[in-house]
Design a protein around this ligand. Structure first.
Ligand code: FEO
Ligand code: CA
Ligand code: CA
Length: 728
C-alpha cells in the first residue's frame, strides 16, 4: 500500500519510481477540473438562505441566535490582521511579511540532554536519544512562571526520512522514506527494499476496504515467496534504534537572550520520549485481552509512541501526543484459505501484510524483543507469547507531564483508537465535564468528541479524568444540523463488541455501525476561545466521487480541501446536537470560496489545510500540507511551497503570513503568553528530492543551514520588529 490514508491500492500509482510509503499523504490521482464545484457553492449558499428564512428561527442556541445569522458578528479590532500579505514562494527559505523576523532553532539532531552530543550526519542511536528528533509537528510552549521569554517547547516528531537521518545512506539511490536492507549474513548493503515484485503484490494491507470488491486476485505462492525473500533481509540494528529514537516527543527548555535571539538551554527537565519509552495503558483498555503481549502479559504497559502528528494541551497543563499513521510500522503476514487473515483491529487500520512494514524494524539484526514486536503475525501459543497484539497498543493519545521527568507517559484509551491527528479541548469550567475533540485523518473517516464522566476541579483534576466518560462520533446532516452519536456497546446500532475495551480498540468499526459521517481526512481542530466555535481542517480527498458528496464534504475529487466549523447547542459543549457551516473551501481563484462566498486571490489561495490554531484574540491560523509529489506541479503549481495563513473568523478574510522552504510542510503553531513570539515547525524540507538526485548529492533543499548542508526539520521563531502582537 502506497499510503496509509484509505487502504486502497491505487492502480495508477507508479510503484517502481515512488517511495514505498509517502508518510500518509494522499497522492493526487485526478488533476481534471472539478465540474461540480459551482454546484457545490450554489447548494451551500442556497442552504444558507434557507436557514436564514426558516430553519434558523427554529434553531435554539445558547447564544440566542442561529449560526447562519452570524451570531458571532462581533467587533474585532481593525488591526486583528494588520500585516501585509505575502505572495506564494518556491524559494528555499522562510518568508514573512514586512516588519516580521524569523529565526531558526531546535534543528533535528541538536543536543538537549545527556552529555549534549553534537549533531553529525552519522550520529549513533545512543546520541540520537539525547537529540531533537526528526520531522517536527505539533508544538506547545509551556512558560516557566508565566514568562514569555523562558519556557519549555514540547513538540512531536511525526516520522523520519531515513536518507537524511543516516550518514551511511549518502550516495545511494533512495527516495523519501526508503531504508537500506542488509542481505542475510553479509555486510554489503542492498540498493532497494523490499523487492519490487513484492511491493506490487503486497503493498496493500488487508484492510476492510481491500478485502471485498476490487481486490485483485494474487498468486499465493508468489506472495509467500516474496515474504520469504523479505525475511532473508535484515536492517542494521543501530540504524533501527536511531530511527526509533528519532520518533516521539522532545521536551526542551528555550530562552530569549539579550539580543532577542532564542536558544536551547540545558535543563534537568529536558528529555526525549520516543519509540522505545515505556508507557502505561490507561482507561477501559488497560488489562484487556486485546493488548496483552509477551512484554506485558497483563496488558498494562507498552513501549513507545509513534507517528505523533498534532498534539493537545490539557487544562491541567500536560501535553498530549496523538498517534496518527502508526499502522504501517507493523506487519501481520497471517493467511487463511490463501488470503490475508488479519483481525479487524489490524485490517480496519491498515497494518501491513508485506513482512517488513514501513521501515523493516522487525528485521533488525539480532532479533531482539523490542524489534520483533513489529511483526504482529501469530508466532506463539497465545497472545502472551508473541506480538499479535502489539499494533493494538498504538493509535491512542499519549499523555506526557513535561514538568515531571520521572513520570511515565500514559495512553489514554477512552479517547479512541484510530489515526489520531491531534486533540483540542472545549472551554473549561470548574464543576463541568471536560470535552475534547479529535479527528481521524484518513479518507472517509470520522470526527470524535469525548465528554468526561467526572467534572473539572482546577485543584485536583489530572489525566485520569480522561479514563471514564463517553466517546461520540459526529454526524453532519445536510440541513446544517449535526448530532453526536454515543459509541457504547448496545447503543446506536452498535452490536459487535463484548465490552468497552473491545469497542475502543475497534473505534472505527463502532463509528461505522453508528452511522457517523465519512469526512475528507479530518486533520487539526481548534476552538475559538472567545466564542466556543469549533473548527476542523479537512485536508483533501480525491477519492470522493459525486455520488458520495454530502453538504459537509461538498466536493467530489476534493483536491484542495476545506475547513468546517460548528457551534454546540449547549454552552458547556457536552450536548449531542450542534449547528455547522463551511468556513472556507480551499483552492485557486476559480475553485475556492471564503466565508462570504468570494473566491480567494493571489494573497490568500491555498490547498491542503492541515495545522490549525486560534489565538487568544480569535485569529485563525491555517497551515498547509500539500503532499510532496504534488508540490509545485499541475493544479498545485499556483500554491507554491507549503505556507501559513491567517483568517478573520467574522469576515472570513484570509491573508498569507508565511511561506516555507522546498519540499516541506508547515505544521505546529503556538505563541508565548504575550503573543509577541510565535513558534512554528517546518517538517521534511527536501522531501521532493528524487532518488537519483539524492544519489548524486543534489538535494533540492539545504534549509535551514544553506550551502551543501542536508535539509533538517526545525522550529522557526517569529517576532515583530516593533515588538508587537503576532498577526497585527
Ligand atoms: Fe500527520 Fe494528518 O497529518
Ligand atoms: Ca498533519
Ligand atoms: Ca497532512
Amino acid at each position: 500500500m502506497k499510503d496509509t490514508t484509505d487502504h486502497i491500492v491505487d492502480p495508477s500509482y507508479d510503484y517502481e519510481s515512488k517511495p514505498w510509503h509517502e508518510h500518509g499523504d494522499e497522492r493526487p490521482s485526478n488533476f481534471s477540473p472539478n465540474p461540480t464545484f459551482y454546484d457545490v457553492c450554489e447548494q451551500r449558499f442556497s442552504r444558507r438562505r434557507l436557514m436564514q428564512g426558516g430553519l434558523a428561527a427554529a434553531v435554539t442556541s445558547v447564544y440566542g441566535l442561529s449560526f447562519a445569522s452570524n451570531a458571532f458578528a462581533r467587533d474585532l479590532p481593525a488591526d486583528l490582521i494588520g500585516f501585509e500579505p505575502i505572495m506564494t514562494s518556491e524559494a528555499d527559505s522562510i518568508e514573512v511579511p514586512p516588519g516580521y523576523r524569523a529565526q531558526v532553532i531546535c534543528r533535528s539532531g541538536e543536543p538537549i540532554s545527556g552529555d549534549m552530543p553534537a549533531y553529525r550526519r552519522d550520529n549513533t542511536a545512543a546520541e540520537q536519544e539525547h537529540q531533537i528528533g526528526q520531522h517536527h509537528d505539533g508544538i506547545h510552549f509551556f512558560p516557566v512562571d508565566g514568562s514569555s521569554e523562558d519556557g519549555y517547547l514540547v513538540m512531536n516528531h511525526e516520522y523520519i526520512e531515513p536518507r537524511y537521518l543516516h550518514g551511511a545512506f549518502e550516495g545511494r539511490a533512495l527516495g523519501s522514506g526508503e531504508v537500506v536492507y542488509l542481505p542475510e549474513e553479509t555486510t554489503v548493503q542492498a540498493e532497494t527494499d523490499p523487492p519490487a515484485e513484492m511491493q506490487e503484490l503486497l503493498s496493500a494491507p488487508g484492510s476492510a476496504a481491500m478485502v471485498g470488491d476490487g481486490q485483485a486476485e494474487v498468486d499465493v505462492a508468489e506472495v509467500e515467496e516474496a515474504i520469504e525473500e523479505a525475511l532473508t533481509q535484515h536492517r542494521d540494528r543501530d540504524q533501527v534504534l536511531k530511527e526509533l529514537y528519532a520518533h516521539g516527543v522532545s521536551i526542551v527548555r528555550v530562552r530569549k537572550g539579550e539580543s532577542g535571539e532564542w536558544s536551547i538551554v540545558e535543563d534537568p527537565l529536558n528529555r526525549r520520549i520516543h519509540g522505545m519509552t515505556e508507557m502505561e495503558i490507561g482507561g477501559p483498555v488497560r488489562g484487556h485481552d486485546l493488548v496483552k503481549t509477551r512484554f506485558s502479559p497483563n496488558g498494562t504497559r507498552t513501549r513507545g509512541t509513534l507517528n505523533n502528528c498534532a498534539h493537545g494541551v490539557t487544562p491541567w497543563n500536560t501535553y498530549l501526543a496523538a498517534e496518527e499513521n502508526w499502522a504501517g510500522y507493523f506487519t501481520n503476514t497471517d493467511t487463511l484459505d490463501q488470503k490475508p487473515d488479519q483481525p479487524r483491529e489490524h485490517a480496519r487500520y491498515g497494518v501491513a501484510s508485506n513482512g517488513t512494514g514501513r521501515y523493516g524494524w522487525n528485521l533488525a539484526r539480532g532479533g531482539e524483543d523490542e524489534f520483533v514486536r513489529f511483526d504482529a503475525s501469530i508466532r506463539g501459543a497465545d497472545a502472551t507469547e508473541d506480538y499479535r497484539n502489539e499494533p493494538n497498543n498504538f493509535g491512542w493519545v499519549v499523555e506526557i507531564d513535561p514538568f515531571d521527568p520521572e513520570s511515565v507517559p500514559v495512553k489514554r484509551t477512552h479517547l479512541g483508537r484510530y489515526a489520531h491527528e491531534g486533540v483540542v479541548f472545549g472551554p473549561v469550567e470548574a464543576g463541568k465535564p471536560i470535552v475534547a475533540y479529535a479527528g481521524d485523518d484518513a479518507r472517509f473517516e470520522y470526527i470524535y468528541k469525548f465528554v468526561s464522566a467526572a467534572t473539572y476541579d482546577p485543584e485536583t483534576t489530572d489525566g485520569s479524568i480522561l479514563d471514564e466518560g463517553t466517546l461520540y462520533a459526529a454526524k453532519f446532516n445536510d440541513d446544517g444540523t449535526g448530532e453526536w452519536l454515543a459509541l457504547r456497546p448496545g447503543e446506536n446500532g452498535i452490536t459487535d463488541f463484548a465490552d468497552m475495551g473491545e469497542l475502543l480498540v475497534n473505534t472505527r468499526a463502532a463509528a461505522d455501525q453508528a452511522g457517523a459521517t465519512k469526512m475528507d481526512r479530518p486533520e487539526w481542530g481548534a476552538v475559538d476561545p472567545n466564542t466556543g466555535e469549533v473548527y476542523f481542517t479537512l485536508t483533501n480527498n480525491t477519492r470522493r466521487i459525486q455520488s458520495q458528496v454530502d453538504m459537509a464534504n461538498p466536493r467530489a475529487n476534493n483536491q484542495f480541501g476545506h475547513i468546517i466549523k460548528w457551534r454546540e447547542r449547549t454552552e458547556d459543549h457536552t450536548g449531542t446536537e450542534f449547528d455547522w457551516d463551511l468556513f472556507v473551501i480551499a483552492g485557486g481563484p476559480d475553485t475556492s470560496a471564503d466565508l462570504k462566498g468570494n473566491p480567494l486571490d493571489e494573497t490568500s489561495i491555498f490547498a491542503a489545510p492541515d495545522g490549525l490554531w486560534i489565538d487568544p484574540d480569535s485569529r485563525v491560523w491555517i497551515q498547509t500540507d500539500i503532499g510532496e509529489s504534488a508540490q509545485n506541479v499541475g493544479d498545485f503549481e499556483q500554491f507554491g511551497n507549503n505556507q501559513m495563513l491567517c483568517a478573520n473568523p467574522v469576515t472570513g478574510e484570509i491573508r498569507r503570513f508565511l511561506t516555507g522552504p522546498i519540499g516541506q510542510e508547515i505544521t505546529g503553531v503556538i505563541t508565548t503568553p504575550d503573543q509577541r513570539t510565535m513558534f512554528i515547525n517546518v517538517q521534511h524540507p527536501g522531501a521532493t528530492t528524487t532518488a537519483e538526485d539524492y544519489a548524486a548529492g543534489r538535494h533540492l533543499s539545504h534549509w535551514p543551514d544553506g550551502g551543501d548542508a542536508w535539509p533538517r526539520s526545525a522550529t522557526v521563531v517569529i517576532t515583530k520588529e516593533d515588538g508587537g502582537v503576532i498577526g497585527t
